[in-house]
Design a protein around this ligand. Structure first.
Ligand code: PSV
Ligand code: MN
Ligand code: MN
Length: 388
């Protein structure tokens, strides 16, 4: 079995993008709770993301959601981020909070609504030019609640046309990533419900159109690591939205509900070459912190990804292959479980310290007094979806 020194280069290269909205107050339809020190502006959200990066060395970029993170001058925002020690990353479009999109956006039967939705994405591409972002991420709430309510076939065709119009404007160094989700807010059919639909739609567009896999967007019991394997095998995995779930799209801290699932996903990530230097797969969090503090919530999250990545990298691949090929069912399973049960935390703490990072980022942040300073300085933090 490899040791931590063997996998240090891959760990050193690991980068996990943070979502701006993770730093805002969020909740359920029952109540949005606030936490002291919550950011009031997108600049403060970026500053908080930079704090997570300072304590972990793992989170060099921040994703924006448009129009939640709307500003007049995106180039200035990118400079602000750079001054804080991070860069702006993925631009997420938003066509789900406007009355006009009640019956769909890119799939709508009314050409004027489709035009508005396509134009929003073209605006996102302009923003990407100013922020230097590579990825446009599209998640659509489009769907219907009742059988017969909508013509699913017509909507799929219109989706293809709308995406083609957007893709035509995606720059040579940019990418379009399409995120699927099996239900919610639509409860009967969703226009991009699964990886197969997303993959079919992006494959029709071209090479720089890829799929985003949000770990919370599958039916219970789905073998998500199989989907990871298949999309990597097809060269169509663009990015991850990491989070964990017990029931639906819970958006809880990644690796909290099912650490073993995160490990199995990372094993396929490693197997599929997605940690190799040449890989362009983006690793992002898509989480909300409803009751816990946000900065430590994000620190915990990136550390969870790092720990499961280390365990996956420690998997003795040669021993696994030998057992698999010998038909040694329990032997193969044990090789996998040996890696999963390896406690990498002490070795990772020492390794972080050797790189000038806190050995224990959670404890270091708690001891820093930063949270108390923010609570004293910031009064009236915003809700995640009302940013800036
Ligand atoms: C939809 O559930 C989603 O996962 C998409 O990624 C959105 O952009 C994000 O959540 C924020 O609500
Ligand atoms: Mn998502
Ligand atoms: Mn989601």
């Amino acid at each position: 079995m490899p040791v931590l020194d063997d996998i240090a280069p891959q760990l050193a290269a690991q980068a996990i993008e943070l979502p701006s909205w993770a730093f805002g107050n969020s909740g359920t339809r029952f109540k949005v709770f606030s936490t002291p020190g919550t950011p009031r502006t997108i600049q403060e959200k970026i500053a908080d993301a930079a704090t997570v990066h300072r304590f972990t060395g793992l989170a060099p970029t921040v994703a924006l959601h448009i129009p939640w993170d709307q500003v007049d001058d995106y180039a200035a925002l990118a400079r602000y981020a750079s001054d804080q020690g991070v860069a702006l990353g993925t631009i997420n479009s938003n066509t789900f909070q406007d009355e006009d999109y009640k019956f769909g956006s890119l799939t709508h039967s009314d050409p004027t609504i489709r035009r508005k939705a396509v134009d929003h994405h073209l605006r996102c591409l302009e923003i990407m030019a100013a922020t230097g972002s590579r990825d446009l991420k599209i998640w659509l709430a489009d769907g219907s609640n009742y059988a017969g309510q909508q013509d699913m076939r017509g909507r799929q065709d219109r989706l293809a046309e709308s995406l083609a119009e957007i893709y035509a404007q995606v720059g040579a160094e940019q990418r379009l990533v399409l995120e699927y989700k099996f239900f919610e807010p639509a409860f009967y059919h969703t226009d991009v419900p699964d990886w197969g639909t997303a993959c079919a739609q992006v494959t029709a567009l071209g090479e720089r159109a890829l799929v985003c896999l949000d770990t919370g967007h599958h039916a219970p019991g789905t073998n998500i690591e199989f989907i990871v394997m298949q999309l990597l095998r097809l060269g169509k995995l663009g990015s991850f939205d990491f989070n964990s779930r017990n029931y639906a799209d819970d958006d809880l801290i990644v690796g909290a509900a099912d650490p073993f699932q995160l490990f199995r996903i990372m094993v396929e990530v490693v197997r599929g070459g997605a940690l190799d230097p040449a890989s362009s797969v983006a690793f992002m969090l898509d989480q909300c912190h409803n009751v816990e503090e946000k900065i430590p919530g994000q620190i915990r999250s990136v550390l969870n990804v790092q720990e499961m990545t280390a365990r996956a990298l420690l998997l003795d691949r040669a021993a696994l292959t030998a057992a698999q090929e010998a038909g040694d069912v329990l032997g193969a399973h044990q090789v996998l479980m040996d890696a999963f049960y390896t406690d990498v935390r002490p070795a990772l703490a020492a390794w972080r310290e050797s790189r000038g990072l806190p050995a224990e980022p959670m404890a270091a942040y708690a001891a820093s007094g930063h949270q108390q300073r923010l609570a004293a300085e910031r009064i009236g933090g915003t809700q995640a979806s009302w940013a800036s």
